[in-house]
Design a protein around this ligand. Structure first.
Ligand SMILES: *[C@@H]1O[C@H](CO)[C@@H](O)[C@H](O)[C@H]1NC(C)=O
Ligand SMILES: *[C@@H]1O[C@H](CO)[C@@H](O)[C@H](O)[C@H]1NC(C)=O
Ligand SMILES: *[C@@H]1O[C@H](CO)[C@@H](O)[C@H](O)[C@H]1NC(C)=O
Ligand SMILES: *[C@@H]1O[C@H](CO)[C@@H](O)[C@H](O)[C@H]1NC(C)=O
Ligand SMILES: *[C@@H]1O[C@H](CO)[C@@H](O)[C@H](O)[C@H]1NC(C)=O
Ligand SMILES: *[C@@H]1O[C@H](CO)[C@@H](O)[C@H](O)[C@H]1NC(C)=O
Ligand SMILES: *[C@@H]1O[C@H](CO)[C@@H](O)[C@H](O)[C@H]1NC(C)=O
Ligand SMILES: *[C@@H]1O[C@H](CO)[C@@H](O)[C@H](O)[C@H]1NC(C)=O
Ligand SMILES: *[C@@H]1O[C@H](CO)[C@@H](O)[C@H](O)[C@H]1NC(C)=O
Ligand SMILES: *[C@@H]1O[C@H](CO)[C@@H](O)[C@H](O)[C@H]1NC(C)=O
Length: 514
C-alpha cells in the first residue's frame, strides 16, 4: 500500500513538473519596448473570460497595461515587469490556466525564444504580420534586423531565397505602432538555423566525357565507360547504364554487346565499367555520337564518344619531326664537317706509314706589299705557318724564300707544284707604311719577272689554290688576272693574330692540305 502511494506521488510530481518545464524557457522582451503576451488557451475565445495575474497579483488595465481577449500588452516595459505571468481562461463549463515567465532584457534586441530550421538551398519566410505580432492602434512599419544590426529591409514578412549557411543568425522584427498619440515598438527575434543539405550522390560518367577515337572501318573495338553508380552495393539495383548510338538504343545492331562490371572503391562508392563490344566498325558509326548513359532516381549523366576515320595521323607528327631532325643533322654536319674529315684523315694517316703521291702538303708563296720593309705576310709564311703546320701537325711545306734560295731554282718550281697538294698564297694588306714587323732584308725578294713565271706555273698546274689574307685590306692588285680567276671564295682564309691554335683558320688550312 505505501508503495502504491509513493508511486502515485511520484507520478503526480513528475506530471506537474513536466507542465512547468513547458513554460520554463519563458519569453524575452526589451526594456522600453511593448510586450505582447498571448493566453494560449484551448477554450473557445468568444465566451471565455481571461484573468491575468503576475506573481500572484491580479493585473488591472491601465495606461501602460492593456488587455483584449486572450492578449495582454505592456506598452512601455520596465525592468519590474519581469516575472511569472499566469492567465486563467474560463467559460461556463471549465477553466484553464497557463503560465509564462517574462524576462526583461536591456536590448536592443530580445533573445530568440524559438528556433526556425531551414534546409540549405530552400526558401524561408519570417513573418511579423498582425496575427503574429498583434498591435494596438495603428501599425506604422516593420523593420528587420539581423544579429541586431539593421538590414534596411522593411515589411511584415522577410523572405530568404536559396538559403545558405551564411544565413544562420538571429533575425529581429521591430514593429512600430501608434496608439493614443504615442509611438511604441514591439520586437520579436527568430533564430534561424540552416541545416546543411546532404550531398546527393548523383550517378556520374567519369570517363569519357567527350572523346574522339580514331579507328579504321571494319576493325574490332570496345568502348569503355567508367561511371560512378552510387553508395552501397544496392545502388546498382535502381540504376541503369547503357550505350546509345546516334541517340538510339543498340538493339538494332544485335552483334553489339554491352557488359557492366562493378567495383566497390573507397568509402563504399560503387563504380562501374560499362563496355560496348563492337566486333566490326560499320561505316555508319562514323560521325554519329555514341553516348554512355547512366540513370538513377537521383539523377543521370551522359558521356560522349565520336568515332573518326583513322587517317594515319601518326605521320602528321612523324614527318615534321623527321624533317626537323634532318635539318638539325645537316646544320650540325656542315658545322663540324671539317673536324670530322680531319679526324678521319688523322685515323687513316695513322694506318698508313707514309703519304703517297704528294711530297709536299703545300707550296707556300708570300707576296710583298707595295711599301718597303717586311710584312706580316712574310712573318706568317716563314715563322707562324711552319711553326704550326710542320712542327705541330707534321705536315711538309715548301716555302718560297725558305726552301728556294739554294738548290731549287725558279725553273724547277713546276716540279715542286706537281708534288704539292695545295698552293698557299699569302697576300699582304694595302695599308701604306704601317708594316711594322721588319724581319729580314730584301735578299729573298723575287723579281717581277720571276713572280710572273711562278704565277703562270701555279695557274697552269691545276693544284688547288688557298689564298690567305694576312692583313686587313688584302691587296688583290698584286695578283695577275690568271690567278684572280682561279681564286675560289671558300678557299680564301683570313689570318688574324688572334686565331687560336685549334681555331677554324688552322683547321681549314689543314683540311685543304691533307
Ligand atoms: C468551454 O470550453 C470547453 C473546452 O474547450 C468546451 O468543451 C465547452 O464547450 C466550452 N463551453 C462553452 C459554453 O462554450
Ligand atoms: C503565490 O501564491 C501561492 C499560494 O497561493 C504560493 O505558494 C506562491 O509561492 C506564491 N507565489 C509568489 C511568487 O508569491
Ligand atoms: C516609457 O517609460 C519611460 C520611463 O518609465 C519614459 O521615460 C518613456 O517616455 C516612456 N515611453 C513611452 C512611449 O511612454
Ligand atoms: C543556390 O545557391 C547555390 C550556392 O549557394 C547555387 O549553387 C545554386 O545554384 C543556387 N540555386 C538556385 C536555384 O539559385
Ligand atoms: C542567437 O542569439 C542567442 C542569444 O543571444 C545566441 O545564443 C545564439 O548563438 C544566436 N544565434 C546565432 C545563430 O547567432
Ligand atoms: C511617431 O511615428 C510617426 C510616424 O512614423 C511620426 O510621424 C511621429 O513623429 C512619431 N512620434 C514620435 C513622438 O516619435
Ligand atoms: C566535344 O568535342 C568536340 C571536339 O573534340 C567539340 O567540337 C564538341 O563541341 C565537344 N562537345 C561538347 C558537348 O563538349
Ligand atoms: C542520326 O540520327 C538523326 C536523327 O536523330 C538522323 O537524322 C541521322 O540520319 C542519323 N544518322 C545516322 C548515320 O544514322
Ligand atoms: C562481362 O564481363 C565479365 C568480367 O569481365 C565476364 O565474366 C562476362 O563474361 C562478360 N559478359 C559478357 C556478356 O561479355
Ligand atoms: C572494363 O572492362 C573491360 C572488359 O569488360 C576491360 O577490358 C577493361 O580493362 C575494363 N576497364 C577498366 C578501367 O577496368
Amino acid at each position: 500500500m505505501p508503495g502504491v502511494l509513493i508511486l502515485l506521488v511520484t507520478l503526480i510530481f513528475s506530471v506537474s513538473s513536466f507542465i512547468y518545464a513547458e513554460n520554463e524557457k519563458g519569453i524575452s522582451t526589451v526594456k522600453g519596448h511593448a510586450t505582447i503576451l498571448f493566453c494560449g488557451s484551448d477554450l473557445d475565445n468568444k465566451f471565455s473570460t481571461f484573468i491575468w495575474t503576475k506573481d500572484n497579483h491580479t493585473l488591472e488595465p491601465s495606461s501602460r497595461i492593456q488587455m483584449q481577449g486572450h492578449l495582454l500588452w505592456i506598452l512601455n516595459t520596465t525592468s519590474s515587469d519581469g516575472g511569472l505571468y499566469v492567465c486563467r481562461s474560463t467559460n461556463s463549463t471549465c477553466s484553464m490556466e497557463k503560465q509564462v515567465f517574462l524576462f526583461v532584457e536591456a536590448g536592443p534586441c530580445p533573445s530568440p525564444d524559438a528556433t526556425k530550421l531551414a534546409l540549405e538551398e530552400t526558401s524561408i519566410t519570417l513573418s511579423c504580420a498582425e496575427e503574429h505580432v498583434p498591435v494596438l492602434g495603428q501599425r506604422l512599419q516593420v523593420q528587420w534586423w539581423k544579429d541586431c544590426m539593421s538590414t534596411g529591409i522593411q515589411g511584415s514578412e522577410f523572405s530568404l531565397f536559396n538559403v545558405s549557411m551564411s544565413n544562420n543568425g538571429n533575425y529581429t522584427c521591430l514593429v512600430s505602432f501608434r496608439y493614443e498619440d504615442k509611438n511604441y515598438t514591439a520586437s520579436h527575434t527568430f533564430e534561424l538555423a540552416v541545416i546543411m543539405k546532404e550531398p546527393v550522390n548523383k550517378p556520374k560518367v567519369i570517363q569519357p566525357r567527350n572523346q574522339t577515337l580514331h579507328v579504321k572501318p571494319g576493325v574490332e573495338i570496345k568502348l569503355e565507360c567508367i561511371v560512378f553508380i552510387g553508395f552501397g552495393e544496392d545502388s546498382v539495383l535502381e540504376t541503369s547504364a547503357y550505350w546509345t548510338i546516334n541517340h538510339s538504343y543498340t538493339e538494332s545492331y544485335p552483334e553489339l554487346q554491352q557488359n557492366l562490371t562493378t567495383e566497390m572503391r573507397e568509402n563504399s562508392g560503387l563504380y562501374g565499367n560499362l563496355t560496348l563490344f563492337i566486333p566490326k566498325v560499320l561505316p555508319e558509326f562514323f560521325g554519329v555520337p555514341f553516348h554512355c548513359n547512366i540513370l538513377s532516381p537521383s539523377g543521370g549523366d551522359t558521356g560522349q564518344v565520336w568515332l573518326s576515320q583513322d587517317t594515319n595521323h601518326i605521320w602528321l607528327i612523324i614527318i615534321p619531326f623527321l624533317i626537323l631532325a634532318a635539318v638539325v643533322c645537316a646544320v650540325l654536319l656542315n658545322f663540324f664537317k671539317i673536324d670530322l674529315i680531319l679526324a678521319y684523315r688523322h685515323l687513316c694517316a695513322k694506318g698508313k706509314a707514309t703519304q703517297e703521291g704528294s711530297l709536299y702538303n703545300a707550296y707556300v708563296l708570300y707576296l710583298h706589299g707595295k711599301s718597303p720593309g717586311s710584312s706580316t705576310a712574310e712573318d706568317l709564311a716563314l715563322r707562324i705557318l711552319p711553326g704550326m703546320l710542320e712542327q705541330q701537325h707534321n705536315l711538309k711545306l715548301f716555302i718560297q724564300g725558305r726552301d728556294t734560295d739554294t738548290e731549287v731554282s725558279i725553273a724547277r718550281i713546276s716540279d715542286v707544284l706537281s708534288q704539292s697538294k695545295a698552293v698557299v698564297l699569302i697576300l699582304p694588306g694595302n695599308n701604306g707604311e704601317e708594316n711594322l714587323v721588319p724581319l729580314s732584308k730584301e735578299q729573298n725578294r723575287l723579281e717581277d719577272s720571276q713572280l710572273s713565271v711562278l704565277f703562270s706555273d701555279i695557274a697552269h698546274s691545276g693544284v688547288p689554290l688557298l689564298l690567305v689574307e694576312s692583313e686587313e685590306n688584302a691587296d688583290y692588285l698584286l695578283l695577275p688576272e690568271s690567278i684572280q680567276s682561279i681564286i675560289k671564295k671558300e678557299r680564301v682564309l683570313k689570318w688574324k693574330p688572334t686565331v687560336q691554335p685549334n681555331g677554324r683558320f688552322w683547321k681549314q688550312l689543314r683540311y685543304h692540305m691533307t
